[in-house]
Design a protein around this ligand. Structure first.
Ligand code: FES
Length: 167
């Protein structure tokens, strides 16, 4: 009789344990972000496809991102993203005055904001005497070989952050 009760107890315990594990797994799946949400957290840019002197507009978390592969005659800047022998300017393409999207004027080598006349140089630095109060913001980034990963804080980004260069 007692062995039957033991068996029933063990069976019930096992059933409860399996149910508990199943419930925990279901809860974890509910709490975890969806794969599409995880993927939206970062974007990658193949830097080998950038053309020197031209700006590409990428997208990260719904924001436009400037990626400019700098020419040799553009001044070097501590905000440059250096990959091998190439230099890039990478910034969030939103004017730091009131958030318009500036346009890059290749002939002038400047970003112009049509809303109130703001200007930024090829390091994203705001030119003095104009409405934008600060440089174009640098998004979190990581360099992985020749790939720019937007949305992850790599050592180069952390160094810029430490030196107050990201905005
Ligand atoms: Fe760019 Fe005002 S929003 S200058």
């Amino acid at each position: 009789m007692s062995s039957r009760r033991d068996f029933m107890g063990m069976a019930l315990g096992g059933f409860t344990l399996a149910g508990g594990v199943g419930a925990l797994y279901a809860m974890k799946r509910t709490w975890d972000p969806l794969p599409s949400v995880k993927a939206a957290g970062f974007s990658t840019v193949d830097l080998t496809s950038c053309i020197t002197g031209e700006v590409r507009i990428e997208k990260w978390r719904g924001k436009p991102i400037f990626v400019l592969k700098k020419t040799a005659d553009m001044p070097e800047h501590e905000r440059d993203v250096v990959v091998g022998s190439d230099r890039y300017h990478v910034s969030i393409a939103l004017c730091t005055h009131l958030g318009c999207i500036p346009a890059y004027k290749k002939a002038d080598k400047k970003f112009f904001c049509a809303c109130h006349g703001g200007e930024f140089d090829t390091a994203g630095t705001n030119l003095p005497g104009l409405p934008p109060p600060s440089p174009l913001e640098i998004p979190p980034f990581k360099i992985d070989g020749t790939t720019l990963v937007l949305g992850e804080e790599g050592p180069e980004y952390l160094e810029m952050k430490k030196n107050n260069l990201i905005a």
